[in-house]
Design a protein. Structure first.
Length: 220
């Protein structure tokens, strides 16, 4: 399971024990989003780390982690890739796509003296994690990192592998219209909607785990 920008493996802490209890082995690699790097280099490192047993692996990529999941899947064909509220893993956004990113994000994101973008704690608690209980929201907000620009994305399209697409109808970052359009026209799948925000693994871990397991079972 691959985390997205600003986050680390800790974002899966509520999900991991639920999956483990069902007999699944869970790997949550860390991507140093706060350090200089590129999409391609990150993807190569992840592909090397996750190569063993990849044919029986279900890759889960959340937000920007969807891009890293696509890069791994392009190198080694997994059993299934499940994209959760993903950033589109394409070098250029296609024509005709509805507005995807909600404008509210511009009022919350800040930049440090190294031009890394980040979410200030209060903005993260009240906006980004606004649907999550305050204790969990503050726990997560205190762990958020400052993101470095990873440069141009190297894939023209998502890899042609078995895939599924989950999005939250109350997503704080992306519009439902943009995600639905992207699922059908970029990923070539029918999206699965759940009544959550952008981070269901913190907001509704049991709901997400049930759906992940259901999608994995359907891919057999």
């Amino acid at each position: 399971m691959i985390h997205g920008g600003w986050h680390g493996p800790w974002v899966w802490d509520k999900v991991t024990p639920l999956l483990t209890a069902r007999g699944h082995d869970v790997v949550t690699p860390r991507i140093a989003v706060d350090e200089p790097g590129t999409w391609a280099a990150d993807g190569e490192a992840l592909a090397a780390e996750l190569r063993q047993g990849i044919a029986e692996t279900v890759l889960v990529g959340h937000s920007s982690g969807g891009r890293w999941a696509a890069l791994v899947a392009a190198k080694h064909r997994p059993k299934l890739v499940i994209y959760v509220a993903p950033a589109n893993p394409v070098a250029k956004q296609p024509d005709g796509m509805p507005a995807r990113v909600k404008p509210e994000i511009d009022n919350v994101v800040a930049y440090d003296d190294q031009d890394r973008d980040y979410l200030p704690v209060e903005g993260a608690v009240t906006w980004f994690y606004g649907r999550i209980d305050e204790e969990t929201a503050r726990w997560a907000a205190a762990r958020l990192l400052h993101d470095t620009d990873r440069g141009d994305f190297p894939l023209a399209a998502p890899p042609d592998v078995p895939s599924a697409y989950i999005y939250g109808t109350e997503d704080e970052v992306f519009t439902s219209e943009g995600m639905e359009w992207s699922a059908r026209n970029i990923f070539g799948v029918e999206p699965v909607a759940i009544p959550t925000g952008h981070t269901p693994q913190l907001e509704a871990p049991e709901l997400l785990v049930n759906l992940l397991c259901e999608l994995a079972d359907e891919s057999r």
